[in-house]
Structures are given as C-alpha cells and as structure tokens.
Design a protein around this ligand. Sequence first.
Ligand SMILES: Nc1nc2c(c(=O)[nH]1)N[C@H]1C(S)=C(S)[C@@H](COP(=O)(O)O)O[C@H]1N2
Ligand SMILES: [Mo]
Length: 347
Amino acid sequence: MEKKMRVMTEKPLNAETPIEYLRSWITDNSVFFKRNQGQFMETPIELSDWKLSIEGLVEKELTLNFEDIRRMPKVEVADTLECSGNSRSLFKDKASGNPWTIGGVGNAIWGGIWLKELLDRAGLKDNAKHVSFEGLDKPLGSAGIKFIRSIPLEKASSSTLLVYEMNGKPLPLKHGYPLRALALGWTGANCVKWLHKITMLDRPYEGFFMDKVYRIFQKGEDPKSGEVVKDITVKSIITEPIKGETLPAGIVPVRGSAYTGEAGIQQVEVSVDDGKTWKAAELIGLQQPYAWRHWEYLWDVKKKGEYTIMARATDTQGRRQPENAHWNVLGYGNNGIREHAIVVHIV
Ligand SMILES: Nc1nc2c(c(=O)[nH]1)N[C@H]1C(S)=C(S)[C@@H](COP(=O)(O)O)O[C@H]1N2
Ligand SMILES: [Mo]
C-alpha cells in the first residue's frame, strides 16, 4: 500500500500522497497521508480491550467502551486534514522537519460523535478550559515523550469530533484505530490518533509536543513564545498539470484544490504570466464546510515557451494567500503563492 506513496521515513511512518491522488474530492484511505511521531501497534487492538477515559476537571469520571461510543448519535462530516508541516520543502530557506511537498493533506468523510456529547455526560468543573488527548502509540527515541496535545474547550465543544470511521470504513489502523480526535479545520497535530484518554485541564497541556513544536517562531526565539498552530491557513495547490510537464499548445486545463481552516473558499485566481495578471478560476465539485474546494481554469495557450503558473485563494473571511510564505524555524503553514508556483513547457 505504501508503495504508491512517497515515504519520507519508515520509522516512524511518514508518507505523503502523490499529486495524482489529490485530484479526487475524497482521498482514498489507502493513499491518505500518514504522519506519526511515535510507534503505533502493528496489529489493531481488540475492541474488547479498548477503553476511553475522561478525567481531570470533570464532575464525574467516565470510562467508555467502544459500544458506548457506537450507541451515541452518529454524525458524518467532511474535513480536510493537513499536516502543519505540509509544503515545508517548498520554502526557499530550509526549515527543519519532514520534507513534505504538497501531499501532506487529504479530504475524507469522517464518521463519529461530537466530543461535546461526551463532555456533557462527564459534566465540566467551572475551571475546565482545555481538553488534552492521549493516544496509545509508543514514543520513539530515548526521551520517551508521549504525543499528548490539548485544544481549548471552545474548539472542543463547538466543532471537534471523535471519529471511528473514515470514508465509510472503520478508521484504519494507521489513522488511529479505533478512535481519533478531529478538530475540524485545524491541522493534523490537533487530531490525536489511537485516542484512549481525555483529560480536562485549566490551562493548555504542558509538554514537548505543545511547547517545543507546532509553534511559529524565528531563530533565537523561545519556541514557547510562538503562536500554537491551530487552524489551517488559506491555500491553493495545483494538481494538474504537474511541475515541469511538457504540453501541446491549445486548451490546457489547470486544476487544483483550495482549502482554509474553519472558513470557506471565496475565490481562486490563476496567473500564467508570473503574477502580472490574474483570471478567476471556476470553483467546481462539492462544497462543504471544512472540506477543500476543487477549482479549474481552462487556459487557452497559443504561444510556445516556458510558463509559470500560480494560483491564489481567498477565503470567506477575506483572508488571501501571501505572495511569499512566512518562514519560521519549523516550517509550518507554508501557503505562499510563489512557493506553490509550477513551471510548464508548451510546445
Ligand atoms: N497519537 C498520535 N496522534 C497523532 C500523531 C501522532 O504521532 N500520534 N501525529 C499527528 C500529526 S502531526 C498529524 S499531521 C496527524 C496525521 O494524521 P494521519 O496520519 O491520519 O494523516 O495525526 C496527528 N495525531
Ligand atoms: Mo502534523
């Protein structure tokens, strides 16, 4: 299965989706990007051995089994998941981390329950303000640090799911079987896989994966002083043609996908003259909150030569991609227009 994917590291498994599989609105589970900090189990846990606990600042601690979750009202929601470090290798100046191109993103229909339903059952103490999630995967490396992440209660109780299905199938092992958190519109790091423990806290969880990484900071700055990476930044990717492709003159379809955290896509424009002029692309295909929007521009090109194609998206909150990405030490949130430009040859 991983053969189709561009594997960056085997242990832990980090693999990106090849461009051709980013062209469908739903990304198939088998080619959906995989991003891991630790080592997950080789065989799925027996459902009878799995439990989810809710503890910390709650009125009543809960321990639920998988059937308890299945019996709760089920929702199915589309959500585009992107790794905070996606497009990192496209920064002009190197940033440390996995060298993602544009394939650290995918769109799926997720089935599960609203996290709020569980929080309501447990009952929250007044000082409960953050929700931390812990998975069953084992830390890699001598430091032995578990991947534990927290999100603010506001996000957890408004638009966060706990999901056990991905595109109509049981959540695959590599994507967090049997249950993962899914903070809609937020980057992957906020969506803990193999979830087995939820703890209510009065402040953000403190630990390596909250304070040293997934923060935007510059050289010489304390990572903890940087902003935590939360929602996905507005961005468009070109999936057709492919960088460096040689194409005959005539009508060349330029297609891609645009997405942005919790907002919708308002407009996508395309430039084929290195940014001198821009033309509106047509927004096509399905439109759903939290999911990417596909777009198409039929480029009528008569003159042979080398062309730079760029796309720029604007979201419904008026946010637009920057001309150039905002560099940061760990290379998060690259949504630069120029960084995502492609060059093609018309013959
Ligand atoms: N338990 C656990 N959850 C995790 C991670 C992890 O290493 N362990 N990686 C996170 C990161 S950084 C991302 S981008 C997403 C990737 O989800 P996927 O592998 O299902 O695409 O999972 C997140 N949840
Ligand atoms: Mo990530």
